[in-house]
Each structure stands twice: as C-alpha cells, then as structure tokens.
Design a protein around this ligand. Structure first.
Ligand SMILES: *Cc1c(COP(=O)(O)O)cnc(C)c1O
Length: 365
C-alpha cells in the first residue's frame, strides 16, 4: 500500500484507515449484489439496510432517547444556519452565544429578517477564549438558544453545556460530534456537517427533539422544512447514499472500539500530548487558556508571531510527512486538527518533530 501521510486537515479530514480499507473492499461489488452501493437505488433493499443501520448505530453511539429523530440531510452545516430560523424563529427572537466565525455565519442568516440577541460573546477577546455562561441571562420568550460546541478556527471548546436554558438549546457540533459522550436530552437540535468527525462531506447529521417538529411552519419550501425530512425518514429525495454508507462504517468502527467513552479518553490523551509539546516548546505557544482548549483543533503560534518562522515550520513539517497544519486563512498561525481518526502515535511523532525543529532552528540563530 502507498504510504499515507499524517493528515491534520481541519476538514474534510482524516478517516480511520480501517474504514477506508473496508470501503475499498466493498466498493466494486457490494455484498455480492453485483454493483457498488453508490450505483444502487436509494429504494433498494440493500441500501435500505444501510440507511436503517446508520440510524440505529448513531442512536446507539450517542444514546439518543426515543423522543428524538435522526436525519441525514444535505447542504452542510451552513444550510442549517438558514434552515433553523426558517423553521423556528418566525415572530420570535433567537438567543445567540457568539464564539467565533461559525456562529457569526449563523448570525449572518439571522440578519436576513429575523430577530436575535447576542446573550454572550467572546468577540472582545478575539474569540481566543469562551464566554462564561454561568452568569448569562437567557430570555424566556426566545425561539431557541444557539451555540457552537467547538470552534474549529479558534481552537476553543465548551467542556459542558447549559442544562437549564428556558428555550431549546441548538448546537452546531460540526467539529466535535462523536468526540465524547453527550446528554442528548439537554438539546433541542444538534447538527453537524459530516466532514470532520463522521465521514465524507455531503452528509449533515441532524438530531431533533420530536416536539419541535410540530412547530415547523407549512408555508416554507418543503425541502427547507425539517418535518418533510423527518416524515420521509431522510428519503424525501435522493439522500447522499455513499456518504451515509461511509458514515455508518465510522459509526460501527467507533462501536467496535469501545464507543464514545473510550473515544473521549483517547481524545483527551492525544490533546494532552500535543498541548504539552507546545507549552514546553521554546518557539511556540497556544493562545487559548487551558480550560477552553479544544480537544479537536489545536491552535498555536510562534511566540512573536514570526510569520516567516511559521511558514518554514509548515514547509518542513510537510516534507517530514505532516500535512494540513496551516491555520485558517482568516486568522493565520498554525493549527493541527486531531479529530477521532488521528492517532496518539502520529501526534507523538509530530511532537518529536516539533522538538527537533526547535533545536535546529535555535542552534542556527
Ligand atoms: C466546518 C464547520 C462548518 C461549516 O460546515 P459546512 O458543512 O461546510 O457548511 C460549520 N460549523 C462548524 C463548527 C464547522 O467546523
């Protein structure tokens, strides 16, 4: 097999190698059907089994209660930014916790004719920390409370969630879904684009409390209505069948490897190894305070924000087989995304590389 590099891309991101191998094995002739799963009708019995298995497995992984519906939609997380207010914010204001670029994009959709109030924000800190939610005043008459659990670009992640919001809590979990156990009952809606922790891009996971489905208005286009997709079991139109198949291989892989409890422990160990390497480094630092640091997206910089130094580090890392560590184009710097599929072994190798780079560079100067 050709040598795979260590992929720290923020998304689409690395997948478990065992999952890719299984998909490869089944690609041309799926379970003796004589065709690939991607060539089959979405109404076929083979695809139906995949679809039902994916719903079953995600329910099991996340311990999703019976009063919730799981959907596989399209349009990415960005489509949810628009779909949520269309369904739930007519004539009501939305409470928003603003923690970075992705919440700002969601606010951008609210600006198109909806009311909203930012009830907490870390914009004054350039989003490099999280707002303290313990003192936030939630509005009793809001449509819902909106937040992003993990801020992919700034490297911050909520370690816990408000459990007493007076209105349904809606969370964008695109970059940390399946990274830890959750109490689903705390949320009205959870959504996540697949391409960070679930599978290929093109699938959006939506988990919604059933009582909310009754509130979806009839006068919006069918395709934008959650109820349409819930009633049709995500088969209103042709779903992204191959993406759902791949997502299900990832769900099974996680279930076979101890579920989310075990995955969370692996993620804690991985992040610890990388943050320790950065904190003890002579050249780099992490701008996020320890309690707010993401286990998924590790953001760091050269101590004096020396861009030539960072550029050299990116180039040398790439030559050594570590790809995707350039920070998001909007903030610069460096970022290693270490989603579920990233291994501790790879991170330890990267930490050694970082240490050697420090030694060599500092010897030169
Ligand atoms: C990647 C990402 C998005 C955007 O997802 P798309 O599927 O490209 O629309 C939204 N929110 C968060 C937190 C993300 O990480």
């Amino acid at each position: 097999m050709s040598k795979r590099i260590v992929n720290f891309s923020a998304g689409p991101a690395a997948m478990p190698e065992a999952v890719l191998e299984e998909a490869k094995h089944q690609l041309v002739n799926y379970k003796e059907s004589g065709m690939s799963i991607m060539e089959m009708s979405h109404r076929s019995k083979e695809y139906d089994a995949v679809h039902e298995s994916a719903i079953h497995n995600i329910k099991q992984l996340l311990s999703i209660p019976d009063n919730y519906t799981v959907m596989f939609l399209q349009g990415g997380a960005s489509h949810q930014f628009a779909m949520l207010p269309m369904n739930f914010a007519q004539g009501k204001s939305v409470d928003v916790i603003n923690t970075g670029s992705w919440t700002k994009k969601a606010i951008g959709e609210l600006k198109k004719g909806y009311q909203y109030q930012v009830i907490a924000s870390s914009e004054d800190d350039n989003f490099l920390k999280l707002p303290d939610l313990s003192s936030v005043r939630f509005n009793d008459d809001a449509a819902y409370t909106y937040m992003c659990s993990n801020n992919t670009i700034f490297g911050t992640q909520f370690k816990s969630f408000p459990t007493q919001t007076p209105t349904p809590l809606v969370a964008d979990m695109s970059s940390d879904i399946l990274s830890r156990e959750l109490n689903i009952a705390d949320f009205g809606v959870i959504f996540a684009g697949a391409q960070k922790n679930i599978g290929p891009s093109g699938v959006t996971l939506v988990i919604i409390r059933n009582a909310l489905l009754d509130q979806c208005p009839n006068d919006i286009p069918n395709f934008f209505n959650y109820k349409t997709h819930a009633d049709a079991n995500s088969l209103y139109n042709t779903p992204p069948t191959f993406g759902i198949y791949m997502a299900n291989l990832v769900f099974k892989y996680l279930l076979d490897n101890g579920g989310l409890k075990a995955q969370e422990k692996r993620n804690i160990d991985k992040a610890k190894a990388l943050y320790e390497a950065i904190d003890s480094s002579e050249s780099f630092y992490c701008p996020v305070p320890a309690q707010d640091r993401s286990l998924m997206n590790v953001v760091f910089r050269q101590k004096d924000h020396d861009e030539a130094f960072e550029k050299q580090f990116i180039a040398d890392a790439k030559a050594a087989g570590f790809d995707g560590i350039k920070g998001h184009r909007s903030v610069g710097g460096l970022r290693a995304s270490i989603y579920n599929a990233q291994t501790l072994d790879n991170i330890e190798r990267f930490a050694s590389f970082m240490h050697e780079f420090n030694l060599v560079t500092n010897a030169r100067s």
